[in-house]
Design a protein around this ligand. Sequence first.
Ligand code: EPZ
Length: 419
Amino acid sequence: MQKFFIQGGQKLEGDIPVQGAKNSALPILSASLLCDGESVLENCPELSDVYSACRILTSAGCQCTMQERVVCVHADTLRNSEIPENLMREMRSSIIFLGAMLGRTGTCTLGYPGGCELGSRPIDWHLQALRKMGVRVREENGVLFCSALGGLHGAKIHLQFPSVGATENIMLAAVLAKGDTVITNAAREPEITDLANYLIRCGAKLTGAGTDTIRIQGVQKLHGCTYRIMPDRIVTATWLAAAAATGGNVRLLHTDLNSLEGILDVLEQMQCQCSCQADHICFSAAKPIHAVKYLKTMPYPGFPTDTQAIFMAALCTASGTSVMEETIFENRFRHVDALIRMGADIRTIGRVAVIRGVKQLHGACVSATDLRGGACMLIAGLGAQGQTSITDISHIDRGYDRPEILLQNLGAKIQRVSA
Ligand code: EPZ
């Protein structure tokens, strides 16, 4: 069990290299299952979720190595299409291996995925879509036996909501299926485009990623390639919000400005100074930042649900009152109690949170409730007066690559301590 101890109140100052995107790396690792030969994935962040994905690949018989944030996968030795229960429970993205495994072998046996507790998080749309593509799904004691013995075929699939995971699973199942697949009301997140770009580089015939209609023409084979994972837009937002909460002055390097829709305009409303050039952002914030009247989480290109907790931490000490509405997950305000313990003035009514800015937060003993809730605790602790200790930081390690080293380099007083 490890903890973070933060002595808050230091302005963050300096350069921040932005890590590769977890939510791109995970589906791309799954996609590497579909390829003959070697896939070399550069800029893979060192995260527990990435290690879990590598364990799923090796348990299936693939060879998978990671060195200096480069993952090499050989899927030619794949021999097993059963994903062990313990690996399924390690993260939500384990479900993304279903489409790829079916695409490659025609069968997959797996349990329900684990991951952050943000609500019920069903997988019904994934299974409905795969059934349309010829997959038979039988469930026994929580184990799903999925098979498409005659092979998968293309289908027209309309998603009732632009689910990121369901869109990815359909893409992964469709690239080697017989015939054409059209996904309408598809998710448009930049990570979908990154997955599509990787698949296209491997020989897939796919158009429309980044729009709400994705067309895929199945091919017989895919080949491995060298691919660089895109920069993480949620991590970019996290460090910008941390700089805002401390009145800091930072430069984010190697980020992707095009993926920051729904984020940069919020920072402008907070009266922070952002100057964007090529692949970096110069950012400064004077305390107190301004409140944001109304923020509603929406699928891309709206304000991302993954940044709701992160911005809430910064808005706790803004001048004025901010209102945030969470529309994607039913249970994504679990960080609010800890913020209140640190002196924040927040009321929640259902999926709406009203945040009245206070002058200062104070340190407290808190725990990371989930990945982004944990990032929220980090930001609150960095901006607060006094010491904050954060437990359950394994949640944070699922999405942030050694955050304490990065923050120490910016002048923060933060230590990882093993209990
Ligand atoms: C992805 O989760 C991300 N995870 C999440 O990031 C992110 O919060 C989410 O998309 C929304 O942007 C990864 O990419 C690995 P969804 P995913 O399917 O795919 C409901 C983080 O912090 N739904 O778009 O699981 C679902 O319950 C993580 O990095 C169904 O009802 O999200 C939710 O309310 C957390 N049935 C909504 O749709 C289904 O079959 C959106 O979920 C599928 C989803």
